[in-house]
Design a protein around this ligand. Structure first.
Ligand code: DQA
Length: 147
């Protein structure tokens, strides 16, 4: 069984009610169930985590560093600001796919810079909830190629 972490950053707990024109009408729970269904089909074990706190995300990554073979990470607003999360991803040296529901490169200028992208293996941005599913398959292929 492959082991993958799914980490959602701040305000993603409000999906469904938060700017549905940008982020869609699905709740985080729906996205997580979709991911779990795909994971089951592919014999993957997921650990899913959401936090609004930068330090909590850093700690979660650190605490699971021996367990995880891959990371699906939507750092949300921390994408654009967090040296701490970038450093954690770099330190762990576990393949990480950066995910965004929206296309951050088609939005405000401050969103067009990601501090995480240079330490991620790939970024998937703009496919809505499918961004997470694409990340899961991309990551699985990568892990299997390596192993
Ligand atoms: C987001 C994009 C970020 O700019 C924003 O702060 C979010 C969500 C996305 O999934 O599209 O909270 O990461």
């Amino acid at each position: 069984m492959n082991k993958i972490l799914v980490v959602h950053g701040p305000n993603l707990d409000l999906l469904g009610e938060r700017e549905p024109g940008i982020y869609g009408k699905d709740t985080l729970e729906t996205i997580n169930s979709l991911l779990k269904k795909e994971a089951q089909k592919n014999n993957v074990e997921l650990k899913v985590f959401q936090s609004n706190g930068e330090g909590d995300i850093v700690n979660f990554l650190r605490d699971n560093r021996k367990w995880a073979e891959g990371i699906i990470l939507n750092p949300a607003a921390y994408t654009h600001t967090s040296v701490a999360i970038r450093d954690a991803v770099k330190a762990l040296n576990i393949p990480t796919v950066e995910v965004h529901l929206s296309n951050i490169y088609a939005r405000e200028e401050f969103r067009q810079k990601s501090l995480i992208a240079p330490v991620a293996v790939a970024t998937i941005s703009g496919f809505g909830k499918q961004s997470y599913i694409l990340a899961l398959y991309g990551l699985l292929n990568l892990i299997k190629d390596k192993g």
